[in-house]
Design a protein around this ligand. Structure first.
Ligand code: BES
Ligand code: MN
Ligand code: MN
Length: 462
């Protein structure tokens, strides 16, 4: 019998090396240039699952990228935990802002991570976090002490809205049957304030296209007389929020559930240092909806952001034109009980109305997802809290996160089970940004915590 921490220190280098091998595979799901790499990452996970001793390991083909499945059924009468994670990553751009190669992981010390952090795309979101689960089960299987059944379902399209996974889940309800879903794809407050995420925001994502004249025009010959789609798009975007930073789309807030004063007071007790927050982001002030705190603005209030905007000439020097077209990508984060499709329709209607007759508008609705809330009195939450307390020596706090994992509400609808969002990342991990990293501490603490979860979960149910 070997305890988890002895095991982790004995295998420390190997556990890092294996994660590094995975991080070297540039599995960017958004960019077709990486197709072969995304497939490679799936095979890597399959191989890891097999090495670990999971059964029925398979790379499940889908219309998109495969889902890697593996399971260990100890006994059919025992509870079953389904582990979800993703092996795909965000594009590494802008490359020039990385201090090291995004796909050549290195460990560097930071103020927050004196023990060092692993710098690579996907280190925190989600390869590092997903991999902890395979390694925790590796330990439990070697020690012969996995007390429940586990099923792993690791996908490769999370960063593009999980189109194939929703199809897969609806067609494999029996196979995926479980009592609770365990996910590490979120964060904590800090390394000494563990947390469990009990809320996620939903998402509506649209692309808009504004068309003016049928070709780029000379801005001297036509300037002042013909609508410039970029000027118009800028005005229209400005019209989406008012001076109080409320979103102006009619009906947008109709289904927003306001928190009770008690809930807001409880939330205000979450440790949060505004000065540190501003310093870390290099901003002199925060900005957002009037009447709400920063924590509220980024978690329990909806938001609207332009993610990218382009059109016209952006090369060297001057080119005097009125462009024919302008584009923007816009995301809206949603809170209970907003519905992603309904919000997309409201957006389209209002955005089209905002446009003068001089231009044509196209709204392309991309992926979306529902918001999610999970209670703190479920067996799964309690087990996660006990596991974190044992590993960190401190009770975790429940937190609402502003991020989205659209597949989580779908799991509840299709599989009827709650997801426990026991993540070990930090906001400072720079996920989706240059220089993404994941603390070495967080990696090993995560494996340790997960290894405690299963006994506590079984206890909760008996
Ligand atoms: N793991 C993140 C979501 C996340 C991170 C939630 C931290 C809470 C805390 C996930 O990979 C992600 O990036 N989701 C996307 C949505 C997806 C449809 C592209 C997001 O939130 O933008
Ligand atoms: Mn993720
Ligand atoms: Mn992500």
């Amino acid at each position: 019998m070997e305890d988890i921490n002895t095991y982790l220190s004995r295998h420390r280098q190997r556990l890092l090396d294996e994660l590094f091998d995975l991080l070297r595979i540039p599995s960017v799901s958004a960019d077709p240039a990486y197709v072969a790499d995304v497939e490679d990452a799936a095979l890597f996970i399959k191989n890891e699952m097999e090495k670990t001793g999971l059964d029925n390991v398979s790379v499940e083909e889908t219309p998109g990228y495969p889902i890697v499945y593996g399971e260990k059924i100890i006994a059919p009468s025992l509870p079953t935990v389904l582990i979800y994670g993703h092996y795909d990553v965000q594009p590494p751009d802008p490359l020039e802002l990385w201090e090291s190669d995004p796909f050549d992981p290195v460990i560097k010390k930071t103020d927050i991570h004196p023990e060092g952090a692993i710098f690579a795309r996907g280190a925190s979101d989600d390869k590092g976090q997903m991999f902890m689960h395979i390694k925790a089960v590796e330990y439990l299987l070697k020690e012969n002490k996995l007390p429940v059944n586990v099923k792993f379902m690791i996908e490769g399209e999370e960063e593009v809205g999980s189109p194939s996974l929703s199809w897969y889940v609806t067609h494999n309800q029996d196979k995926l049957k479980n009592d609770v879903i365990l996910i590490s794809d979120t964060g904590m407050i800090s390394n000494d304030i563990p947390a469990i995420t009990t809320g996620l925001r939903g998402l509506t994502f649209v692309e808009v296209e504004v068309t003016g004249p049928n070709r780029d025009l000379h801005s001297g010959l036509y300037g002042g007389a013909v609508a410039n789609p970029i000027n118009i798009l800028a005005k229209m975007i400005a019209g989406l929020t008012d001076e109080k930073n409320k979103i102006t789309i009619p009906g947008f807030y109709d289904k927003v559930k306001e928190l009770s004063p008690e809930e807001r007071t409880a939330m205000a007790k979450t440790p949060f240092d505004l000065t540190q927050y501003k310093k870390e982001l290099g901003i002199d002030d925060v900005y957002g909806e009037e009447g709400y705190t920063t924590l509220e603005r980024q978690s329990i209030r909806p938001s609207l952001d332009v993610n990218g905007i382009w059109g016209g000439y952006t090369g060297e020097g001057a080119k005097t034109i009125i462009p024919s077209k302008a584009y923007a990508k816009i995301s809206m984060r949603l809170v209970p009980d907003q519905e992603p499709d309904e919000i997309a329709d409201l957006f389209e209607k209002y955005f089209t109305q905002l446009a003068p007759k001089a231009v044509k508008i196209k709204v392309n609705k991309l992926h979306g997802g529902y918001p999610y809330i999970t209670p703190t009195d479920s067996p799964g939450y309690k087990a996660a809290a006990l596991a974190m307390k044992k590993a960190f020596g401190k009770e975790p706090l429940p937190i609402y996160s502003g991020g989205s994992i659209p597949i989580v509400p779908l799991f509840e609808k299709e599989l009827g089970s709650k997801s426990i969002l026991m993540g070990f990342g930090l906001n400072s991990d720079a996920i989706h940004s240059p220089n993404e990293h994941y603390g070495v501490f967080n990696y090993f603490k995560g494996i340790e915590t997960i290894s405690y979860f299963y006994d506590f979960y079984k206890e909760q149910l008996t």
